[in-house]
Design a binder for this molecule. Structure first.
Ligand SMILES: NC(=O)c1ccc[n+]([C@@H]2O[C@H](COP(=O)([O-])OP(=O)(O)OC[C@H]3O[C@@H](n4cnc5c(N)ncnc54)[C@H](OP(=O)(O)O)[C@@H]3O)[C@@H](O)[C@H]2O)c1
Length: 267
């Protein structure tokens, strides 16, 4: 089997180290390049092409074997996403962008890059969360008149609320109902009676919870709950490499983790 060459941006971060572990655990993937800001651009490296900028890595990197694909996995914190997207477009190398907190300019750069290469943007790389999104869309279609509420729980240090995943699940419910503009109600206080069609989103914070999301559909006399719980951040690294394998050889375009899941399901 042809190996997939991985270029990793942000290899020394928490997620970057998990992606490195996952690359080593897979026989189908090989680390061929890494971007680390502290590295002197001219530093030679025989096995892995390490440079201070992605543009420099992509100019010099070699595939693990002739003709084998290379995919960039960007797990750096926000700030240089646009530059990374431009480098991937320039060199025609697919990009998995796992960075969160993207600006409008970053998103525009990713969309522009997707005109020239395959780009997958995922605020949540966990395959299970996307399975829940697919199921939530189906449940929303089947239970069109049910009240839907989403509760997410995260560790006490999480900065943003509600989580990007909770908003993604709300989007899936709205799409499933055929009402993409359905009102999202993020927490309630005082006079806040539920209106038909509202999608409630509640954020709970505490302790060291990695991430939990529950989507509940309340119908007359019964309710359906879809629950997703992450207990090990390694699922994000597995998702990153599944996404990279999915992108190898794909036509230019903007992809999402649901596309990876649908490909697995043969849709
Ligand atoms: N999509 C998902 O499922 C998912 C899951 C977890 C985390 N994330 C996101 O992934 C990102 C990283 O998270 P983390 O927890 O690993 O953060 P972290 O531990 O703070 O690590 C971030 C890494 O990014 C590197 N970096 C920043 N700018 C860079 C650049 N221009 N070139 C090369 N490296 C650069 C940093 O390098 P230095 O060492 O030089 O500072 C650092 O090693 C965040 O945006 C986070 O929200 C996404």
């Amino acid at each position: 089997m042809t190996s997939l060459g991985i270029v990793l941006v942000g290899p020394r971060g928490r997620l970057g180290r998990l992606v490195l572990d996952e690359v080593q655990a897979r026989t189908s993937a090989v680390l061929v390049g890494a971007v680390h800001r502290a590295v002197t651009p001219s530093l030679p490296d025989d096995e892995v092409c390490v440079r201070a900028s992605l543009d420099d890595v992509l100019a010099d990197v070699r595939p693990p074997e002739p003709g084998a694909p290379i995919v960039v996995v960007d797990v750096a914190t926000a700030g240089s996403t646009a530059a990374h997207a431009e480098a991937c477009a320039k060199h025609g190398v697919p990009l998995v962008c796992a960075t969160t907190g993207l600006s409008d300019a970053d998103r525009a750069a990713l969309s522009a890059a997707a005109q020239r290469t395959a780009v997958l943007v995922a605020a949540n790389l966990s395959p299970g969360a996307h399975l829940v999104a697919l199921l939530a869309a189906q449940a929303a279609a089947a239970m069109a008149h049910a009240d839907c509420e989403i509760v997410e729980v995260h560790h006490r240090l999480k900065k943003d609320a509600p989580s990007g995943t909770a908003l993604m699940l709300a989007d899936a419910v709205a799409e499933g109902r055929g009402d993409p503009k359905a009102r999202r109600v993020c927490a309630r206080e005082g006079e806040a009676k539920r209106q038909d069609g509202d999608i409630g989103v509640v954020a709970v914070r505490g302790g060291d919870v990695v991430g939990e999301h529950t989507v509940t559909f309340f119908a007359a006399g019964e309710r359906v709950e879809l629950v997703h719980k992450v207990s090990d951040r390694a699922v994000f690294a597995k998702g990153a490499l599944d996404a990279a394998a999915f992108l190898a050889g794909r036509a230019p375009g903007l992809y999402a983790m649901t596309d990876v899941l649908k490909a697995k399901l043969g849709r």
